[in-house]
Design a binder for this molecule. Structure first.
Ligand code: IYR
Length: 223
């Protein structure tokens, strides 16, 4: 099936316009119910949901198809406790010293503080690492391209896939996140990108009453 360049036919099916419009609307409606959750239940989640969500994330486009990501799924209570302890230490610094008044004011509606009990309560944490280089099995180093864009898109797909599967997430970015490299024993060419908290929401979970911007504020159409 491959041509002289090694290319293969695209697997693509054209949808009826009505179906396209319905799919786009339904996808938006499904995603619009996603909220960042900070109150998690400790109810276990199926491994296969995590696995398929990560496979979905791995379909993201990436610079030169280098797929510069590594997902580390943490379900071990001792490791989660270590992550919580290290994250709260950084967060205390942030809330007490590092964050500007402007930043703290912006965070006020979210009601966040340095306490992160969800890092232990939630059944899974997915630490996402960005690979500036990829090292082959034979030790050859390859530079990766557009790594932030690539890992950002993969993370977005992961969040959407977990939401679609009926799980709640929190994109958590304790800063700095160097402790994740140490606790999770990752090689130095992988940079911690984001910590995704995954689980069912607590039954009484509350979320801030915030709204999404309307289309006219987020998009410009030039025809
Ligand atoms: N990392 C801190 C602070 C924080 C920063 C932003 I920007 C947020 O949108 C939310 C929180 C924390 O997790 O509390």
């Amino acid at each position: 099936m491959a041509d002289s360049k090694g290319f293969i036919p695209l697997n693509f099916s054209v949808q009826e316009q009505q179906d396209m419009e319905q799919s786009a609307k339904l996808f938006y409606e499904q995603l619009s119910t996603r909220r960042s959750v900070r109150d998690f239940s400790d109810k276990p989640i199926p491994d296969s949901v995590l696995e398929h969500a990560i496979l979905a994330a791995g379909t993201a486009p990436s610079g030169a198809n280098m797929q510069p990501w590594q997902f580390v799924v943490v379900q071990n209570p001792e490791i989660k406790a270590q992550i919580r302890q290290a994250a709260e230490k950084e967060e205390r610094e942030l809330y007490e010293h590092r964050a500007s008044d402007e930043w703290l004011d912006a965070l006020a509606p979210l009601g966040t503080d340095a306490n992160k009990p969800f890092l232990e309560t939630a059944p899974a944490l997915i630490a996402i690492f960005l690979k500036k280089v990829t090292i082959d099995a034979d030790g050859t180093k390859h530079k990766n391209y557009y790594t932030s864009e690539s890992v950002g898109i993969a993370t977005g797909v992961l969040v959407a896939a977990l939401h679609q599967a009926g799980l709640a997430t929190l994109t958590h970015t304790p800063s700095p996140m160097k402790f994740l490299t140490e606790i999770l024993q990752r090689p130095s060419h992988e940079r911690p990108f984001l910590l995704l908290v995954v689980g069912y929401p607590a039954e009484d979970a509350l979320v801030p009453n915030i709204q999404r911007l309307p289309l006219r504020d987020i998009a410009t159409f030039l025809k």
